[in-house]
Design a protein around this ligand. Structure first.
Ligand SMILES: Cc1cc2nc3c(=O)[nH]c(=O)nc-3n(C[C@H](O)[C@H](O)[C@H](O)COP(=O)(O)OP(=O)(O)OC[C@H]3O[C@@H](n4cnc5c(N)ncnc54)[C@H](O)[C@@H]3O)c2cc1C
Length: 436
């Protein structure tokens, strides 16, 4: 949206093709559901972008080798440039035995489901009593917060954070961790710190500094964990190795390898040992970052789209897509945001990246061949492909329909959780408008 805005402000026609019906990506479907102020603010900014007359929007249109519309289809129109701002929709797999069993989820999919993004809303994301979350960043905190506080049906009695490295390498923000701090089982945490203390000391980490660095909660005296309250625990210095399932095919145990910490070039790395441990869990969520989606059809290497390796102007090159086979830049094709660097920071960072990328696109367009097709032509093409395209006026109809539902339910907001329900609401709003 921010790349579109910048390019449109440069005087060009911009056509947005979006997989989802609604704009916003993770800003709409990733950011924690109760962060209303932030979400409403972003929605207003997106509405402002869409209000530009030279920005056209076609939602419900995935572009992929596995979808009705491919990159080659877009190229046939001869656009001056194509910008891929498609985020990181691939799933990072560790390739563990048992990764496919029931109850094992990727964080992105789980987050999409509780943020009501179809089709994730109609898939099984059932959780049990003992949930392992792998990873120690803000996404882990969001998921733990959902499980411990906001899930409509709270199943988790224990959430265990499985971390490769130690407590000094925690990547979450303190203000995010504040939400779930009260669930931390202090006695279990102290015990875990005692267990790993020799490891930390061996690389010069001083546990007494933990309160001022990553776990301020340690500055307050430990108390007994309240009876019956769900517990948050940490299992440091271990890497998942294998997932085991019960007779019904649901995860019931996770084998982890014990790690040792090493200091390498000023940063802390870990190395698996040949010692193993078993964690009894019935749900496991990988919150270890995402990767670019290989199915889109862009040159792909090591979990990312390939960008121009040219070092003569690395800033510009970093946004240009590159074909490693022909060793040529894909002329006029750019990547921005999480599509360029998967899981790289907050919305502000993605916005900045998109705007910097858009400046390079604008520069390129100064000498790029003119294109001579209109948005109406693209819409006709998409409809001929059998797609139910969602346009800017449709988004307004959908917003009205959701607003009415929210009012009816006396809720702050309402979201349709299925594509069909959204499409039907759009049609019914349009029919209402005609009859009025
Ligand atoms: C769980 C979670 C919580 C977060 N919480 C916060 C927070 O509280 N505050 C904050 O500032 N940041 C937060 N972030 C980070 C923020 O969401 C990202 O920085 C930002 O959304 C990245 O923007 P993007 O446009 O690059 O990608 P995305 O937001 O992923 O957007 C990608 C867009 O591309 C579309 N798309 C994908 N594939 C295709 C395709 N094949 N064809 C057509 N369209 C496609 C999608 O529909 C989507 O509209 C969070 C991220 C996650 C994962």
């Amino acid at each position: 949206m921010f790349a579109a805005q910048k390019i449109a402000q440069g005087g060009h026609q911009v056509i947005i093709l979006n997989r989802d019906i609604k704009p916003g990506g993770l800003a709409e479907y990733g950011i924690y559901p109760t962060k209303d102020k932030m979400k409403i603010g972003l929605r207003k900014q997106f509405a402002k972008v869409l209000s530009l007359p030279n920005v056209h929007y076609f939602g419900h249109v995935p572009v992929s080798t596995q979808a009705a519309v491919s990159i080659a289809d877009l190229q046939q129109f001869g656009p001056s440039a194509i910008v891929f701002a498609i985020g990181a929709q691939g799933t990072k797999k560790l390739g563990l035995p048992g990764e496919e069993v029931t109850g094992v989820y990727a964080a992105k999919d789980f987050v999409y489901s509780y943020n009501l993004l179809p089709p994730f809303t109609s898939r099984d994301f059932s959780t049990g009593k003992r949930v392992a979350i792998v990873g120690m960043g803000n996404v882990m905190v969001d998921i733990a917060r959902w499980l411990l506080i906001d899930a409509p049906v709270k199943t988790a009695e224990e959430v265990v954070v499985v971390a490769r490295r130690g407590p000094f390498e925690a990547k979450f923000d303190k203000k995010e961790f504040d939400y779930i701090e009260e669930f931390l089982d202090r006695r279990a945490f102290d015990e875990e710190l005692r267990r790993i203390q020799p490891q930390l000391s061996a690389i010069g980490q001083d546990i007494s500094k933990l309160a001022e660095e990553t776990f301020p909660v340690l500055a307050t005296p430990a108390t007994e964990h309240p009876e019956g309250k769900a517990r948050l625990r940490f299992r440091f210095l271990c890497s998942p190795q294998a997932i085991h399932a019960d007779s019904e095919g649901r995860i019931d145990q996770l084998t982890v390898a014990e790690n040792v910490l090493l200091e390498r070039d000023g940063s802390i790395a870990c190395k698996a040992t040949d010692k193993f441990a078993a964690l009894d869990v019935d749900t496991m969520i990988f919150a270890i970052g995402d990767v670019a989606d290989p199915a889109v059809g862009l040159p792909y290497s090591r979990d990312s789209y390939v960008i121009n390796p040219d070092q003569t102007d690395p800033k510009r090159a970093a946004y240009e897509l590159f074909d490693p086979q022909s060793c040529k830049v894909l002329d006029g094709m750019y990547a921005v945001g999480w599509a360029r660097k998967a899981s790289d920071g907050l919305v502000g960072i993605a916005r900045h990246d998109a705007e910097v990328g858009a400046v390079h696109v604008l520069k390129y367009m100064e000498t790029a061949p003119e294109s001579n097709f209109g948005a109406a032509e693209v819409q006709k093409f998409l409809e001929r492909k059998g797609l139910q395209v969602v346009t800017k006026p449709d988004l307004e109809s959908l917003a009205r329909a959701e607003e009415k539902q929210a009012q009816k339910l006396g809720a702050l907001w309402f979201k349709f959780a299925e594509d069909n329900a959204m499409l039907a609401a759009i049609e019914s709003e349009k029919a209402n408008a005609v009859s009025v």
